[in-house]
Design a protein around this ligand. Sequence first.
Ligand SMILES: [Zn+2]
Length: 135
Amino acid sequence: MAESEPVAKLRAAGLRPTRQRIAIAARLLCGTARHISAEQLHDELSAHGQPMALATIYNCLHQFEEAGLLRPVHHAGDAVLYDTNLGDHYHFVDVETGTIMDIDPGDIALPDLLDIPPGYEAESIELTVRLRRKN
Ligand SMILES: [Zn+2]
């Protein structure tokens, strides 16, 4: 029998497919890219009849992060958002709502003005454009 997509993704990342991990993987890893907080995921799982303790969700998100399935985005105020888009990209952040939108790196030509200290090379570049609605 073929494995479901969430189960296959968990196994490929070296995570045992528990019921909780499958439920979260199905919501986060098997559709369009998203940015979501643990609290938002908690509400979403409850609304879909899969209630889960917030602590369990935090644990799962952390395990997903360690396994390279998600990456945290820290620019949205207090809450850490988890990004399911693992490719190189940047972010717009709505400072009022905390909503994050992806910026395609192809849309931006970064100037080559970084004076990187000797002995280092850039591992990654983070760019966040903070947005405020016009009055
Ligand atoms: Zn993103």
